[in-house]
Design a protein around this ligand. Structure first.
Ligand code: ZN
Ligand code: ZN
Length: 109
């Protein structure tokens, strides 16, 4: 009985040794560029919470391309020249490319 339990434990130990959960790749936060293991919508926890509080936009913030002022669709987006406030559409168009704001404007004109 004792030896059976023992071998069972050994098998469990071997399984554990063989199966290691994939380590999450640290991702750079799209706003502060700090690496984070658990990105939430591409943001580190600090930036995500700040975004949820909605404290990051000024009263008259609007999309730098189309001037949409609806805060529900605005987000900070990293461009070549730094961060810009963009609407969901233009953030999607810009994607992760290193675009200048002017280049993005020209593309969407
Ligand atoms: Zn961040
Ligand atoms: Zn826009």
């Amino acid at each position: 009985m004792e030896s059976a339990r023992h071998s069972c434990e050994r098998i469990t130990m071997l399984r554990k040794a063989r199966w290691t959960p994939p380590k999450p790749e640290p991702v750079a936060c799209v706003r502060c560029t700090k690496p984070t293991d658990e990105p939430r919508r591409g943001l580190c926890i600090a930036c995500y919470l700040r975004q949820r509080r909605g404290s990051e936009f000024t009263i008259d913030a609007c999309c730098q391309v189309c001037s949409t002022a609806d805060k529900r669709v605005l987000r900070w987006h990293r461009l070549a020249g730094g961060f810009a406030v963009l609407c969901a559409n233009h953030a999607a168009i810009a994607g992760r490319r290193a675009l200048e704001l002017d280049a993005l404007r020209a593309e969407c004109a």
